[in-house]
Design a protein around this ligand. Structure first.
Ligand SMILES: [Zn+2]
Length: 265
């Protein structure tokens, strides 16, 4: 009896010793992996991280955490740290089911991070870095102005070229463009969207669905008419799709290679 009791408690003790450091290591490894993906996603701007601080090539240093890991959803939308920005995994490819409640990978954005990256549109810094590209030259052929930072303009040109190869029925969801630069905060976050940095594009409004247009029911009913083929093209070039958010915005694509890079399917 005594032997059995000893064995049992020994096993629990050993399990605790084995589990505790392993658990700590796992959490650190996850943080490291997310920050590695962030640095790798923006090679022009970011140099390295040490797990606590993000070091930019221009000498800027930013703390990755604000010491408040348990913020509620609304607080995450309004005041995300750099680690908060990376906390919800984005899955590439076709959705198996509508996003779960508040599953909005990409909507937590650290404003200091993106202002340092793309500039402040209220001071015309973003506009000074924008260039014109011709969107879908064969199907639509109008100029849209997007940021050249991080090669976003070239990536959108590549997206446009690939969409041109899709069947007309699918392609027509990608034009006319509903908008790129919008120097104003998002309604429900009070923070600048990626449109404030010239790094987001809204496609054809006529085939788009937006959670705020729905009647206020709980949970929010999911709707989407954006073809998967178009989503696939954008994801291949580092853009996340607003149709993968619980608070969905199916015309919306934004350049967030750190999420696509770390994304799984
Ligand atoms: Zn948008």
């Amino acid at each position: 009896m005594r032997h059995v009791r000893w064995s049992c408690s020994s096993a629990v003790l050993i399990a605790a010793i084995v589990a505790a450091p392993g658990h700590v290591r796992a959490a650190d490894a996850e943080t490291t992996a997310r920050l590695d993906a962030l640095v790798a996603a923006y090679p022009e701007a970011l140099a390295r991280h040490d797990g606590r601080t993000l070091f930019w090539r221009d000498g800027t240093a930013m703390a990755v955490s604000d010491g408040r890991p348990d913020k509620p959803f609304k607080e995450l939308l309004a005041n995300a740290s750099i680690l908060d920005q990376l906390r919800l995994p984005y899955r590439t490819g076709r959705l198996d089911a509508p996003p779960g409640r508040d599953d909005d990978p990409g909507r937590f954005r650290n404003e200091a991070f993106f202002k340092t990256m793309y500039g402040d549109c209220t001071k015309s810094e973003v506009q000074a870095r924008m260039v014109g590209i011709t969107w879908l030259p064969k199907s639509w052929g109008k100029r849209v102005f997007v940021t050249r930072v991080n090669g976003v303009a070239e990536k959108l040109k590549a997206v446009s070229d690939e969409i041109e190869t899709l069947p007309a029925e699918i392609r027509k969801a990608a034009y006319p463009i509903a908008g790129v630069l919008a120097c104003r905060p998002v309604a429900d976050t009070g923070r600048m969207s990626m449109h404030g940095y010239g790094a987001a594009i809204d496609l054809n409004l006529d085939v788009s669905d937006y959670w705020m247009w729905q009647r206020k029911t709980d949970p929010i009913p999911y709707k989407n008419r954006m073809p998967q083929e178009i989503v696939d093209v954008f994801e291949r070039h580092g853009f996340v799709w607003g149709g993968k958010w619980y608070h969905y915005d199916t015309m919306h694509f934004e350049y967030r290679p750190e999420l696509v890079r770390a994304g799984t399917k």
